[in-house]
Ligand binder design. Structure first.
Ligand code: SAM
Length: 273
């Protein structure tokens, strides 16, 4: 679907775009195909698309015959999507706030893959909620703001490395990032964009009951990036336990959180459990 077709479809339905809903539609066929192929879609995969918009990505996802669940918040786009895809047996459309849907941690996404050009303002919480789910999706392919993409893909000891990196990478391996120029969207967004691929860890680094403790340690450790991590953790854990855990893990007592790897945070969680 090119830009002219998008404009025509919008005017036909009398829709003016809403900035607060992150309505920057992707019209570049190559980028859309690249996003779909990052899904590594297999016949049995169920596909979750958050924010189908006018449906350019939806169309590609439906073409393979996979079951697709598209969640769209903007009521005005619902009839348009129904008109385009409603007759296809593999198309399921939910008119809802996707954040509210993924916050329901009882939903089972285990056989699902997220493939989406996300609304940027809620992209991080959506990914964190999905990663947190005990029955999380096998793969998350998400187009979002470059800055957020870099935080999700970050490695230890970089400016982008932090709470978001660790909360998601505990459950997923970040495998790929490609940038998408603003001109590929209609209208062009003010920020740069990228598509990332996160693949679920089949061997979890921590057992589920330790995950809340890991999250608490990470959030406390990064509450003041420039401060020594032990000083921050001391608010919640006794000093003697911290000292012996740091010692056992070979972590210097002056170390700052950004120098501590995901695996070290996981080991520290076990040591403080
Ligand atoms: N997938 C389309 C594309 O690539 O052209 C549209 C992507 S656009 C960046 C984001 C879409 O998410 C818009 O259609 C917007 O209405 C929708 N949206 C915004 N907030 C949402 C939310 N909380 N839940 C579900 N959809 C939302």
């Amino acid at each position: 679907m090119n830009q002219t077709e998008m404009r025509a479809l919008l005017s036909q339905h009398g829709i003016m775009l809403t900035k607060s809903l992150g309505q920057n539609f992707l019209h570049d066929g190559n980028q859309l195909r690249r996003i779909a192929s990052a899904g590594d879609i297999q016949p049995a995969d169920k596909l979750l698309e958050i924010g189908p918009g006018l449906g350019p990505l939806t169309e590609l996802l439906l073409a393979g015959g996979n079951e697709v669940l598209a969640i769209e918040k903007d009521r005005r786009l619902i009839p348009l999507l129904e008109e385009r895809f409603g007759k296809l047996p593999n198309f399921n459309l939910l008119h809802d706030d996707a954040l509210r849907v993924v916050e329901d941690q009882t939903r089972d996404w285990h056989d699902w893959k997220l493939v989406a050009n996300l609304p940027y303002s809620v992209a991080s919480p959506i990914l964190v909620e999905l990663a947190h789910n005990p029955r999380k999706p096998a793969r998350l392919v998400a187009t979002l703001q470059l800055e957020v993409a870099q935080r999700l893909m970050a490695k230890t000891d970089g400016d982008d490395y932090g709470i978001l990196t660790l909360l998601v990478q505990l459950h997923y391996q970040a495998t790929e990032l490609f940038k998408i120029p603003p001109k590929c969207f209609f209208p062009a967004p003010d920020v740069d964009s990228a598509c990332i691929t996160l693949v679920r860890r089949e061997e979890p680094l921590l057992s589920p009951e330790l995950v809340p403790k890991f999250e608490r340690i990470v959030k406390t450790a990064f509450s003041q990036r420039r401060k020594m991590m032990m000083k921050l953790l001391k608010q919640n854990w006794p000093m003697d336990r911290l000292e012996s855990a740091f010692n056992d893990l070979g972590l210097p007592s002056q170390i700052r959180a950004e120098k501590v790897s995901l695996e070290q945070f996981a080991e520290l969680t076990k040591a403080l459990a």
